[in-house]
Write a protein that binds this ligand. Structure first.
Ligand code: MG
Length: 282
C-alpha cells in the first residue's frame, strides 16, 4: 500500500536514495530547498537555498549530483559539503536549466536541459535561453568534453539507462506548455558509450506525461505519469500502475532491498514497497 511520508512542498521532484544513511533527498523546487527524510528522523530541510535544484543522482563515488535551475548548472556536493560546478556552459553559452541527470558506469554525466527554470521566476530565474534549443547532453568529467547527444526534443526531461546501458530512455514533456506537444518516452541505442542512434517513441504516456523515470533489474521502465506510476516492459507493454492521488514528477528505488519506490508527487513524498528491485547504482 502507498504511504504518504511527508507533505508540504509546492512541487516535489528529484528523489535520490542514500543507502548508507537510510535517507532520501528530494527537491521542493519553488521553495528553493532540498529536503531529507529517513524512517529514523522523519523529514527536515537539508539545504536552503539550494540553487533551485531539480533532479538528482549519485556519481561513482556516491557523491550527490544535482541539476540546478537557479545556477543553470549540474553540480556536485563534495564530501566536505561544498557544492561545486560540474558543468554550466556549452561552447561559452549558459545552459538553460538542467532538469534530470544520470551517471553512466564510465563516469560520464548525461542530463537534459529544458527551459523550465528560466521560463518564469517560479522555479528559478526568468531569463533568455542562450542556447536557443533544448538539448540532451553527455559530459565527460575526465576530459571536460560536453557534447550534444540529442537535439530534436521539445522539452527533454527524465533520463535513465537500461540495466546494460545499451539503451537510454528519455522523456519529452513538451505537452506541459502546448496541447499538441509530446507526452512520450523515447528510447535510443547507445553507440560506443557516447552517441545515440535509432531513436523511436517507446511509449505515449497518458494521462499527463512522463517526467522522471527509472528501470528495475529486469529492464522494466517505471515512469511518472498523471495518474501515478506506470510500469512498462522493455517491449513497451503496460504491465501495471501504482495509482497516486497527486501528479507524480519523479521516483527512485531505495530502501535496504532497493525495492521501495520513493515518489515525489506535487506536494508530497510517498513510498510503496514493490516486487521489483531498482537497477540504479549504488
Ligand atoms: Mg523532471
Amino acid at each position: 500500500s502507498l504511504r504518504k511520508l511527508w507533505t508540504g512542498a509546492v512541487w516535489a521532484e528529484g528523489p535520490v536514495y542514500f543507502a548508507e544513511g537510510g535517507y532520501v533527498l528530494w527537491s521542493d523546487i519553488p521553495n528553493d530547498r532540498l529536503m531529507r527524510w529517513s524512517a529514523k528522523d522523519g523529514a527536515s530541510v537539508h539545504m536552503k537555498p539550494c540553487g533551485y535544484m531539480n533532479g538528482h543522482t549519485r556519481d561513482l563515488q556516491g557523491r550527490l549530483i544535482s541539476c540546478e535551475h537557479g545556477n543553470r548548472r549540474v553540480s556536485r556536493q563534495e564530501k566536505d559539503g561544498k557544492v561545486v560546478t560540474v558543468v554550466d556552459r556549452y561552447r561559452g553559452k549558459r545552459l538553460n536549466s538542467p532538469n534530470d541527470v544520470v551517471v553512466k558506469s564510465d563516469g560520464t554525466v548525461w542530463f537534459t536541459d529544458p527551459p523550465y527554470g528560466i521560463l518564469s521566476d517560479r522555479e528559478g530565474h526568468k531569463s533568455e535561453s542562450e542556447l536557443g534549443k533544448n538539448y540532451v547532453f553527455r559530459f565527460d568529467p575526465g576530459s571536460g568534453d560536453l557534447r550534444i547527444v540529442a537535439d530534436d526534443f521539445d522539452k527533454p526531461n527524465g533520463i535513465c539507462f537500461s540495466p546494460d546501458e545499451k539503451q537510454v530512455y528519455i522523456a519529452d514533456t513538451g505537452a506541459s506548455h502546448s496541447k499538441e506537444g509530446p507526452h512520450h518516452i523515447r528510447v535510443f541505442d547507445v553507440v560506443d558509450g557516447q552517441k545515440l542512434s535509432s531513436g523511436k517513441v517507446f511509449a505515449d504516456i497518458s494521462p499527463g506525461f512522463a517526467d522522471g523515470l527509472r528501470v528495475d533489474t529486469g529492464g522494466n521502465v517505471w515512469t511518472s505519469a498523471g495518474d501515478g506510476i506506470q510500469v512498462y516492459s522493455p517491449r513497451a507493454e503496460l504491465l501495471g500502475k501504482a495509482l497516486v492521488p497527486e501528479v507524480v514528477a519523479n521516483l527512485t528505488f531505495g530502501g535496504p532491498g532497493k525495492d521501495t519506490l520513493f515518489i515525489t508527487a506535487t506536494t508530497s513524498l510517498y513510498a510503496i514497497k514493490v516486487k521489483a528491485r531498482g537497477a540504479q547504482r549504488p
